[in-house]
Design a protein around this ligand. Structure first.
Ligand code: PMP
Length: 372
């Protein structure tokens, strides 16, 4: 009997997201016995030399990939980017402080709302309405006495990305950025930033790990009542080992960093990412059935939202549901847009092979031929 080869599954999830197959294979091979210790990484003491070695390796690999200078500290924490929405104001301000937020999507909205619990003034310096572009810097209304300026360089839900960074840091206001969905996807000039933070579950590894990169001069500013696990300075002093870190997630991150370095690092993967994104946007723009609402200059290379055009959808409201069901049946999964915006979204992080994007484009063309 002829056996059909298994159809590949391409996972377009926004996070937790696809991981590189060689990383999963390596983790599987080492799962029961890590480097002849007779133990799984999951079973290693976080204070033993085996795990502290893994953590040191994770940090040095990330430093190399991101070209981080020595005066930036790297923290491996828990609590997700959402935890950092609170940790940022707690670590950078006193009680009566103000901070500026530029809001270009859901995550910036959430970061700003959380900061409002801790700041006297969580000032909206600019916001896009709808969230399909980044307001021009000339329109920003900065407060003048802000302890920091917060941006979300890549809004995962709306697929909106900054095409140009503000110069606030040069003016003495540290720039703080939630880079959850862009870290390692393209080069980031760290010297423009005071603080970067990211949940790991997109381009770094499994959920549970949160990376914070903070410039040294911004330590020692935390409010007195900052809980210890959120205190960057305490965590930096303890080498992120103040309490138990997410050990297995840190280990998988080292494998992802190794995989990325072997591919040529961030510059090399960024070229592939740009190519993947531009062919997907081209397919959307050329189609008569699908559309992407984001200003061309602000289109994300990591998260590509699209929908059936409004005119068609008005006549055939089930067409997106049908697209998602048929795509899933063809092995193209997790293409649902975020529940707050609907439609579709393809997250095409580092580990999404170019063949996955090609398969999606071919499927979209076929779908349009049948239903367009
Ligand atoms: N910020 C951004 C840009 C995100 O994409 C996400 C998760 N999708 C979050 C914050 C929230 O992250 P976490 O679930 O790690 O708290």
């Amino acid at each position: 009997m002829h056996v059909m080869p298994a159809m590949p599954t391409y996972n377009f999830s926004p996070g937790p997201a696809v991981l590189p197959a060689p990383v999963l294979e390596r983790a599987q091979a080492e799962l029961l016995d890590w480097r002849n210790t007779g133990m799984s990484v999951m079973e290693l003491s976080h204070r033993g030399k085996e795990f502290t070695g893994i953590a040191a390796e994770a940090e040095s690999k990330l430093r190399t990939l991101m070209a981080l200078p020595d005066h930036y500290r790297v923290l491996f924490l828990q609590g997700g980017a959402t935890g950092q929405f609170a940790a940022v104001p707690m670590n950078l301000t006193g009680d009566d402080a103000a901070a500026d937020y530029v809001i270009t999507g859901n995550w910036g909205t959430r970061a700003h709302a959380e900061a409002g619990k801790f700041l006297a003034t969580a000032h909206v310096a600019a916001t896009s309405e709808p969230h399909t572009y980044v307001p021009h810097e000339s329109e920003w209304r900065l407060s003048g006495d802000a302890a920091y300026l917060h941006i979300t360089p890549n809004e995962t839900i709306q697929g909106v990305a900054f095409d140009k960074l503000p110069d606030s840091d040069e003016a003495g206001v540290p720039l703080v950025a939630d880079v959850s969905s862009i870290i390692l996807g393209e080069p980031i000039d760290i010297t423009r930033f005071g603080v970067l933070y990211a949940g790991a579950q997109k381009n770094i590894g499994p959920a549970g790990l949160t990376v914070v990169i903070v410039r040294e001069d911004l330590l020692d500013r935390a409010r007195r009542d900052t809980p210890t696990v959120w205190d960057w300075t305490a965590m930096a002093k303890a080498g992120s080992l103040l309490n138990t870190p997410p050990t297995f997630a840190v280990y998988v991150a080292t494998l992802v960093f190794e995989w990325l370095a072997a591919l040529g690092g961030v510059d090399a993967i960024a070229q592939v990412n740009r190519r993947k994104a531009s062919k997907l946007y081209a397919a959307i723009d050329e189609s008569g059935l699908f559309a992407n609402p984001v200003a061309v200059a602000n289109r994300s290379i990591m998260n590509v939202p699209f929908g059936v055009t409004g005119a068609v959808l008005a006549e055939r409201p089930d067409l997106e549901r049908r697209f998602l069901a048929e795509a899933a049946a063809a092995g193209l999964v997790n293409l649902e847009g975020h529940r707050s915006v609907g439609g579709m979204r393809a997250s095409i992080y580092n580990a999404m092979p170019e063949a996955g994007v090609d398969a999606l484009i071919a499927f979209m063309k076929e779908f349009e031929r049948e239903h367009g």
